[in-house]
Design a protein around this ligand. Structure first.
Ligand SMILES: [Zn+2]
Length: 455
């Protein structure tokens, strides 16, 4: 994401015991070296490896469960018992990783590698660093005899990246009691951002957009291409896509995106900052809206977007097309609906020959407004490590498992404690990595956050 140009000088100074660094690194190495891809990997093996660590640390066996709908898609749920004074907090991460082919990488993606201050391996960023932070801190808190005021629940799940057995959805559907909580903290979203080596912000993902594709299709009787007529399937389809390109959905803000623009306005400053301030007050001011909309990320924060992503038409070089199809992929802001988008598209296209149908209807998730006391804890945990770095609420333009918990009525906050360079994002890509110090800092951030939230 782009967070403007203000550079905040900030260093991170904290003492971390060598023992804690070693523990977190050990867990991380073990997770990276267990292949958990959908094709050849085994989620259950990773879940069991972590379960063994919890058993060895003295967690009661009944509080450690590996369960799932498929032998290779096990999810780990661990309960750290508190006094019960308050409702539990759920911490989530996903164990599965996207595919990684040895020939695409500079080295084996399933062999942990430390090189030049970085830890490499598939899942180093997404999301095994988050899993390791959760596991290592549960073990550390237990060893320290920490007594929380509420149960802390850990859920490390399968198929966040795809596959048929999404563990978050499955646990909510079949074992709600195991993961039910006052709110959920997701390691797989939000997090710190470096730009040119400086820390810009720590973002908290408190809402996400909903993925919804539409199929545009035109059928025609066709004919010989030597005798063209204006009524052509490709012309109709092209005209409809042209109309979509020129259409902008109305600005629709929610408490999270409003909070984002509000906080960012002060960080960014200048014309962009005052435009951000203006849209928070009056969301439909044409000047500020059109200037902000030129920046892809800000445009996506302001409104629902739709864009053609696939195209197919015609059967032969010398025949008028009988069929033309496009897939238009939309990302809906919280509060929008597939029905609403369908009617906007139909109205915009304004051509009876173009049929528009939703693919795999999705249910839109609500935003999770951030309560003040939670924000204060986030800020103090962050400030104790990275003084002066602002904490900024964001709406994710992509999608995470957070949506299942939000839809189930559990407010969810994505806050990875790791800092990444915004110009070097390697999640899902080749030679995925995390800065070694960023990793250890993120682990410590989670320790402080858990401690503060649980008391
Ligand atoms: Zn992820």
């Amino acid at each position: 994401m782009r967070l403007g140009l203000l550079l905040l000088a900030s260093t991170c100074v904290f003492a971390q015991l060598p023992k804690e660094r070693e523990r977190a690194r050990d867990v991380f190495v073990e997770l990276i070296e267990i292949n958990t891809t959908d094709s050849a990997g085994d989620n259950t093996q990773a879940a069991e490896a972590m379960a063994a660590r919890f058993r060895a640390a003295g967690f009661p066996p009944a509080d450690i469960q590996v369960l799932g709908p498929n032998p290779h898609k096990g999810n780990l749920v661990v309960r750290y018992r508190g006094t019960g004074a308050a409702k539990p907090i759920l911490f989530i991460g996903h164990l599965d990783v996207v595919e990684a082919r040895r020939e695409d990488w500079s080295f084996d993606p399933f062999k942990f590698l430390e090189k030049d201050g970085y830890f490499y391996g598939r899942g180093a960023e997404d999301d095994k660093s988050g899993d390791a932070a959760l596991v290592a801190n549960f073990l550390r808190l237990k060893e320290e005899g920490f007594q929380p005021d509420r149960d802390l629940i850990l859920a490390l799940t399968s198929d966040e990246e795809g596959g048929d057995y999404n563990g978050a959805a499955w646990l909510l559907h079949t074992h709600r009691d195991l993961v039910d909580a006052a709110f959920c903290v997701n390691t797989d979203a939000g997090g710190g951002e470096f730009e040119h080596g400086r820390r810009i912000a720590l973002s908290v993902q408190a809402a996400e957009k909903t993925f919804q594709s539409f199929k545009f299709e035109v059928k025609n009787k066709g004919g010989h291409s030597s005798l063209p007529v204006p009524d052509n399937a490709i012309y109709h389809l092209a005209g409809s896509l042209d109309a979509i390109q020129r259409y902008a959905f109305p600005v629709l803000l929610n408490p999270v995106s409003r909070g984002f623009f509000d906080r960012m306005s002060a960080i960014v400053g200048g014309q962009e900052g005052s435009d951000m301030k203006a849209v928070v007050q009056t969301p439909d001011l044409p000047g500020p809206v059109s200037r902000l909309s030129k920046i892809a990320y800000l445009n996506a924060m302001l409104r629902t977007t739709c864009v053609p992503t696939m195209l197919q038409a015609g059967d032969a070089e010398n025949a008028l097309p009988q069929d033309a199809v496009a897939i238009v992929n939309c990302r809906l802001v919280p509060g929008d609906s597939a029905q609403n988008v369908l009617s906007a598209l139909t109205h915009t296209v304004h051509d009876m020959q173009v049929s528009i149908t939703p693919l795999r209807p999705e249910v839109a998730g609500p935003a999770s407004p951030i309560p003040d006391d939670f924000m204060k804890i986030l800020e103090s945990s962050s400030n104790s490590l990275w003084p002066g770095v602002p904490v900024v609420p964001v709406m994710e333009t992509g999608a995470t498992d957070g949506k299942y918990f939000r839809l189930a009525g559990i407010p969810t906050y994505g806050v990875s404690g790791f800092f990444y360079d915004i110009d070097d994002v390697r999640a899902h890509g080749r030679d995925e990595r995390i800065g070694a110090e960023s990793f250890f800092e993120g682990v410590e951030f989670y320790y402080r956050l858990m401690h503060a939230l649980a008391k």
